[in-house]
Design a protein around this ligand. Structure first.
Ligand code: NDP
Ligand code: MG
Length: 389
C-alpha cells in the first residue's frame, strides 16, 4: 500500500486528489489530511479515507475538529507546528496543496522524511526554491510538479536531454479580463475577478489568473524547478486552455502537452508516476475543439509578467518578497481596500523599496532569511495600502 498525505485536503486541489484516491481505496493508506476552516469537509474525508491524523491549520478550530472526529480513533491536531509534525510522519507521497507560503514548512518536512512531494503549492518554490530543491537532493527525495504547465513541461522532457532545450512556452488562458477594455480593469470587482473562463480553482489562484500574477509565479516556478534561464521562459495567451506548455529543442522541435483543463490529469500523473494509469478525465476531441489559438500577452494588461522578469533577473530573496507582497496585495483587494490594478502597484513598489533598502536580494536563501523577507514584504505592502487610504 502506498502511504499518502494531503496538505490542503479541503481545497480545490485537495478535493481533486481525494477524488482520485477514493477510486482506488485498496491501494492507498492515508496518513495525514490537513485543512483550515472547513472542519466539516476535513472530518468527513478523514473518516471516509480512514486517515491516521487530521490537522486544522487554526488553533482555535481544534475543539471543533475534536468534536467532529469524536469516537473515530483519528488523531487530531491544530496549528502550524502540528502541520509540520504531520508532514514528518512517514509517507511515500505527500500532496502539497495549501495555498500561500504556509505550504512551505510542511512541504519541507515531507522532503526531509524522504517522501515524494507532489507540489501544487507554487508559492513555496517561488519564495524558497533553492531551499526546497536542496532539501530534496540532500534527502534523496523527489519533487513532482502538479501545476498543470509544469507537469506538462515535465512530461514533454521525459527521455530528453535537458541541455538540448532552448525554450519553454507556458500558456495562459488570459483569465477573467482578457477581453475587457484596459480602462475598465481598475474598477473590476472581486466577484468579477473570481470567475475563471476555463478552470475551476480556489478563489485566490483564480484572481491571480485574472491579474496574471499566477503566470508570473509560474515563470519563476519554472526557473526554480527546471533551472531554465529567464530568457528561455516565454508566456503565450492561449484562450482554449488545451495546450498547457510547450518545450522547444535546439533542432527546432516543439513538444506540446495537450489535454482538457482538468487538474486530475496533473495530480493523477504525479500520483501514478513513473507509471501512467487511466484517469477519470475526458478524452479530448480536437475536431470538436476546432482550433488552438495563441497570442502574445499584452504587458500593459498584465504588468505582473514584467515584474516576474525582474524577479528572475535578481533572484536572491526577491522571489520571497514578490510572493509575500502579492499575497498581501491580494488580501487587500479581496477586503476592498485597493482596486484590481492597485495590486500591481503595491507589489512593484514593495519590490523597489525592499531590494534597494535592505540588501535582501544578495542575502543567502535559507528558511530564516525567506521568513524575514516574507515578513518585511507583508509589512511594507500593508504600509503602502495605509498610505494610499
Ligand atoms: P484552495 O483555496 O481551494 O484551498 C487551499 C487549502 O489550503 C485549503 O485546504 C485551505 O483550508 C488550506 N489553507 C488555507 N490557508 C491556510 C493556512 N494559512 N495554513 C494552512 N492551510 C491553509 O486553493 P487551491 O486548491 O486552488 O490551491 C492550492 C495550491 O495549489 C495553491 O498553491 C495554488 O496556487 C496551487 N494550484 C492550484 C490549482 C487549482 O486548480 N486549484 C492549479 C495549480 C496550482 P480551508 O479551505 O479548510 O480553510
Ligand atoms: Mg498553472
Amino acid at each position: 500500500m502506498k502511504r499518502v498525505s494531503i496538505f490542503g485536503a479541503t481545497g480545490s486541489i485537495g478535493q481533486n486528489t481525494i477524488d482520485l484516491l477514493r477510486r482506488q481505496p485498496e491501494e492507498f493508506d492515508v496518513v495525514a489530511l490537513s485543512g483550515g476552516h472547513n472542519i466539516g469537509q476535513l472530518a468527513k474525508d478523514a473518516i471516509e479515507l480512514q486517515a491516521n491524523i487530521a490537522v486544522t491549520a487554526h488553533d482555535d478550530r481544534l475543539d471543533d475538529l475534536r468534536r467532529a472526529l469524536a469516537g473515530s480513533g483519528i488523531e487530531v491536531a491544530a496549528g502550524q507546528a502540528a502541520l509540520k509534525e504531520a508532514a514528518a510522519h512517514p509517507a511515500h507521497w505527500v500532496m502539497s496543496a495549501i495555498v500561500g507560503i504556509a505550504g512551505l514548512p510542511p512541504g519541507l518536512a515531507a522532503l526531509e522524511q524522504g517522501a515524494t512531494l507532489a507540489l501544487a503549492n507554487k508559492e513555496s518554490l517561488v519564495a524558497a526554491g533553492p531551499v526546497l530543491m536542496d532539501s530534496a537532493r540532500r534527502n534523496g527525495a523527489r519533487i513532482l510538479p502538479v501545476d498543470s504547465e509544469h507537469s506538462a513541461i515535465f512530461q514533454a522532457l521525459a527521455g530528453e536531454d535537458i541541455s538540448a532545450v532552448n525554450r519553454v512556452i507556458i500558456t495562459a488562458s488570459g483569465g477573467a479580463f482578457r477581453d475587457w477594455p484596459l480602462n475598465d480593469l481598475a474598477g473590476a470587482t472581486v466577484a468579477q475577478a473570481s470567475a475563471h473562463p476555463n478552470w475551476d480553482m480556489g478563489q485566490r489562484i483564480t484572481i491571480d489568473s485574472a491579474s496574471m500574477f499566477n503566470k508570473a509565479l509560474e515563470m519563476i516556478e519554472a526557473r526554480e524547478f527546471f533551472d531554465f534561464q529567464p530568457d528561455q521562459i516565454e508566456v503565450l495567451v492561449h484562450p482554449e486552455s488545451l495546450v498547457h506548455a510547450l518545450v522547444g529543442f535546439c533542432d527546432g522541435a516543439l513538444m506540446a502537452h495537450v489535454g482538457p483543463p482538468d487538474m486530475r490529469h496533473a495530480i493523477g500523473f504525479a500520483l501514478n508516476w513513473p507509471q501512467r494509469r487511466s484517469l477519470p478525465v475526458d478524452q479530448l476531441d480536437l475536431a470538436a475543439a476546432g482550433q488552438l489559438t495563441f497570442r502574445e500577452p499584452d504587458i500593459a494588461r498584465y504588468p505582473a509578467l514584467r515584474l516576474a522578469r525582474n524577479v528572475m533577473a535578481q533572484r536572491g530573496l526577491s522571489g520571497a518578497v514578490f510572493n509575500a507582497a502579492k499575497e498581501r496585495a491580494l488580501d487587500h483587494f479581496i477586503a476592498g481596500r485597493i482596486g484590481f490594478t492597485g495590486m500591481n502597484s503595491v507589489v512593484e513598489e514593495v519590490l523597489t523599496r525592499l531590494s534597494s533598502e535592505n540588501g535582501l536580494i544578495d542575502a543567502e536563501i535559507t528558511l530564516d532569511s525567506v521568513g524575514k523577507a516574507d515578513h518585511l514584504a507583508r509589512q511594507c505592502a500593508d504600509q503602502l495600502v495605509l498610505e494610499q487610504a
